[in-house]
Design a protein around this ligand. Structure first.
Ligand code: SF4
Length: 313
């Protein structure tokens, strides 16, 4: 086995700030799709969190001794003052400054340079497929694949390795291995997040067309990790150990997540969020992971049941 790159979990000790509910994509599984619709349809809805309030959230991250802050949305790069927020986070000494993005704007290299100079330490970019039509269909916006891949090349040319988030849906999971090969061959990748799609936001409009069975996806994730693990850190989100045999250690949500999510009008600890929203089966009682596994999301169980769970000896 190669060097285990999974020694440091970059999603721990973070305050994640949802700073804007506007986007230049329309992802079929967007978890904030409802708020983005509202920002389009209602003038009264505050889709952009005021600058001073985000500054307070960043200060809170510092006071809580969090390792860092993540800016997400919507598409955080649509905020003209994002660079000022990044610089502020850097000035007060936060070590981890992350921007989660669909990556389209990174097609502008000068803009990438500004973010890098400003202090971004982690670029988390969604790239769900190596097949242009599939990625653009998932993102709900033609041209996204070309811009995002150009953006990754721009960041790489500035000496920045990127973190890729792959949300696994019915459209892309069966070609995951090819996608991981494409990523490893063409780009400098620091980390790959294998994220099973959540039943939130836009996914709920047509869940059976978007959500695959977890037991179908698990083997593809394991093969993907096998391809990437010697060169990039790998993390699995929204999965349970019994469905990714051999890859249990890559599951992100078994231990403390230690992430505080702050939106414009809500906040939630991700550790508290999952309590009561996940479910297990009779099988779990005889499983070796019973004490540390939280089970699957109830919304998934409502859709497909819990019969996929099989105890691990
Ligand atoms: S505890 Fe249940 S859900 Fe978790 S790995 Fe074991 S059988 Fe699967």
């Amino acid at each position: 086995m190669g060097k285990n790159k999974n020694v440091k979990n970059d999603s721990l000790g973070k305050v994640e700030c949802l700073i804007i509910f506007k986007c230049n994509c329309r992802c079929i599984m967007c978890s904030t799709g409802m708020q983005i619709d509202r920002s389009i349809n209602s003038r009264d809805y505050c889709a952009v969190k005021p600058f001073e309030e985000v500054i307070k959230d960043i200060d809170r991250a510092k006071k809580m001794n969090a390792r860092g802050v993540a800016f997400s949305g919507g598409e955080p790069n649509l905020r003209k003052d994002l660079i000022l927020l990044i610089k502020y986070a850097k000035t007060i000494g936060l070590r981890h400054i992350e921007v989660q993005s669909n990556g389209r704007v990174y097609a502008y290299k000068k803009y990438c340079q500004r973010l890098v100079n400003g202090g971004v330490t982690h670029f988390v970019i969604s790239l769900h497929s190596y097949i242009e039509e599939i990625h653009d269909k998932i993102m709900g916006a033609p041209g996204t694949f070309k811009q995002t891949t150009e953006g990754i090349r721009n960041l790489n040319s500035l000496g920045v390795k990127v973190n890729i988030n792959i949300v696994l849906t019915k459209l892309n999971y069966s070609t995951l291995e090819e996608h991981v090969k494409f990523l490893m061959k063409n780009f400098d990748i620091n980390e790959i997040r294998f994220t099973f799609v959540m039943l939130e936001g836009n996914t709920c409009d047509n869940p059976r067309a978007i959500v695959p069975h977890m037991s179908d996806v698990g083997p593809h994730i394991c093969k993907g990790i096998d391809i990437a693990k010697d060169k990039a850190s790998c993390f699995i989100y929204n999965m349970v150990p019994c469905l990714v045999p051999g890859c249990e250690k890559y599951i992100n949500d078994m231990g403390q997540l230690d992430t505080l999510l702050i939106g414009p009008d809500f906040e939630a600890s991700l550790d508290e969020e999952r309590k009561g929203k996940k479910i297990k089966s009779k099988e779990c009682e005889k499983c070796k992971y019973d004490k540390i596994c939280y089970g699957i999301w109830k919304k998934y169980a409502d859709l497909y049941g819990i019969s996929e769970l099989k105890s691990v000896k």
